[in-house]
Design a protein around this ligand. Sequence first.
Ligand SMILES: [Zn+2]
Length: 181
Amino acid sequence: MKIAQVGEDVLRTKAKQVEQSEFNQQSLITFIDELLVTMLEAEGIGIAAPQVFDPRAIMIIASRPNPRYPDAPDMQPLVLVNPVIKQSSENKVWEWEGCLSVPGLRGHIERPDSVDVAYLDREGKAQNIKFDGFVARIFLHEFDHLMGKTWLDHITNTENIMANDVWVAKFAYQFLTSRLA
Ligand SMILES: [Zn+2]
């Protein structure tokens, strides 16, 4: 599926809740499968339905280790429908983020270090989960998309924006030197 780029109205629109009656429909099952394929093809570690022009409150998060986060958990993709934040930690952390809908840029963004979430799974069953660290960050980034926001909305200082190529050069070097030490 085509990925919406910043400036598209769908990325500025609050997502609609998925109705219980939709859960046994083939159309929802097919949509979630296609959303997953789109995320994997784009080498994303998360995606939200508004990013493929669908206004429903559906997201997938799929952390995996990478040069910037070598200790990031390698998780099976997790589908969350109608997620709600029950609690988020007082403790906040800064990290650089990218977004499939904001190509070419990275943003240095402060977010809670952990978050408790209630959601419906892809069968429509109610679930609760706690996310920590890098996975909490992915969840909160995708949750922003369901609220009609992107990481750009967190920027109050333009020094917190970097071209992706510069970010890769800086942090690939840092990663190598940390391994050499
Ligand atoms: Zn994004």
